[in-house]
Design a protein around this ligand. Structure first.
Ligand code: PMP
Length: 411
């Protein structure tokens, strides 16, 4: 197998137990990391070790296990803070995932600040999880949602973005990296422009943190969300970064234990300090600890090496798949990360995905939770190959050969 640059993909692959299994009699070639990435042994061990040796509920106990579990969980929060460059762990909220984080912002900051007559900005490429929470709130409150359309290559229409900013939106919410197209948006640039226009900025980083070095202070964002399971960690856990001054002014969302200062029928309830004000109930303790281990693992591999490796895979996939007759790519932006989306003339994406599965090749077919984008381009969906640390150039060759073979059978 091949290494790209200083990155040894063999050494990486050896750390992922699932890669030793076969699918339909073939070695697994997994090109669905954008939906969910596999877990290295270090992450599996971190979660198992916690459950086997340290488990207890956290924060409230005086006994040793409670203290050890609390230290491990809060230690993970500190690892995450460092990984994304937040100023303080008070700004790092554990949530259920990117979807949960966006809903939290919609139901707290959004509910507080977006009223009838206001507007906010989204983009055509957003995942449903950064559309529907805002539509639900807009329906109730009566504010307008302005949509930035895309250019043919899957980049944002800058003129339209600027024009929407002139309308004085209170919030601009957009994705860092598109899960359907791979486009990397210039978050720093658009955050600065949005701030100049007086808007707050929420960025959906679900597809960015797995591939790119993200520093929330350098980007200047107000809110940033991502999911654990796409960053080599577990499902059911994710992170909402929020600027401290904003989080302090926001009302709590879910009520219950942990998020309170004191509770009284007579005097009412007071709320805990950050970040606990937004973390009601017993959290996904093992998930938080394993997410810390996942980001630590990424740091040890080297995020810039990962970015370079995945860039090489993406370039190679574009080059090899372009050999297939009738190939049409969706998302050809100059700056892309980890995703190749395509259709082949005369072939249904679902049939192509099914035949590739017979060859042990896992791709995703469909609208990728980006129906507004698919509707605009008048396609039912695409075939998406998405890359992770463990993919090889040889697997990309298998994908391209498999597509060519399947297309011959299906035409
Ligand atoms: N945003 C983007 C860009 C995504 O790709 C996804 C998952 N496909 C999400 C948000 C939602 O993430 P989760 O399901 O982990 O909440």
């Amino acid at each position: 197998m091949t290494s790209t640059g200083h990155f040894s993909v063999d050494a990486i692959r050896a750390q992922f137990p699932i890669l030793s299994r076969e699918v339909n009699g073939h070695p697994l070639a997994y090109f669905d990391s954008a939906a969910s990435a596999h877990k290295p042994q270090a992450v599996i061990d971190a979660q198992a070790r916690y459950l086997a040796e340290k488990h207890s509920n956290i924060h409230r106990g005086v006994h040793s296990l409670a203290q050890e579990a609390t230290e491990a969980y809060e230690g993970a929060r500190e690892i995450i803070r460092g990984h994304i460059g937040a100023a303080s762990t008070q700004e790092v909220l554990f949530v259920g995932g990117a979807t949960d984080g966006i809903n939290l912002v919609a139901q707290t900051w959004g509910r507080q600040h977006l009223q009838q007559g206001d507007c906010m900005v989204l983009t055509r490429m957003e995942h449903h999880s950064n559309i529907v929470p805002w539509q639900m709130l807009a329906e109730e409150k009566g504010f307008r949602i302005l949509v930035v359309e895309l250019n043919a290559d899957g980049t944002l229409d800058e003129d339209m973005f600027q024009a929407h900013l002139l309308q004085g939106p209170k919030l601009v919410a957009f994705m860092h990296v598109s899960n359907a197209l791979g486009t990397v948006n210039d978050v720093k640039h658009w955050t600065a422009k949005s701030h100049e226009a007086g808007a707050k900025v929420l960025v959906d980083g679900a597809q960015a943190v797995p591939h790119l070095q993200v520093n929330v202070q350098d980007l200047g964002v107000d809110f940033y969300v991502f999911s654990g399971h796409k960053t080599y960690g577990p499902t059911g856990i994710g992170v909402l970064y929020g600027r401290q001054s904003l989080l302090e002014d926001m009302p709590p969302w879910r009520g219950g234990g942990e998020m309170i200062g004191s509770v009284s029928f007579e005097q009412g309830t007071t709320y805990n300090e950050l970040p606990y004000k937004f973390e009601a109930g017993t959290p996904h303790i093992s998930g938080g600890i394993a997410l810390g281990a996942a980001l630590q693992w990424m740091g040890q591999v080297g995020v810039s090496a990962l970015t370079a490796h995945e860039h090489a895979l993406t370039q190679h996939a574009h080059a090899r798949l372009a050999e297939v007759q009738g190939m049409r790519f969706y998302g050809t932006a100059p700056c892309k990360a980890g995703v190749v989306s395509f259709l082949v003339d005369g072939v249904h994406p679902y049939d192509l995905g099914t035949l590739l599965d017979q060859l042990g090749i896992a791709v995703r077919t469909g609208h990728h939770c980006a129906e507004p984008l698919m509707d605009k381009w008048n396609i039912p969906g695409t075939v998406r190959a998405s890359f992770g640390a463990y993919n090889t150039l040889q697997e990309v060759d298998r994908l391209a050969d498999g597509v060519a073979r399947a297309v011959t059978m299906l035409r």
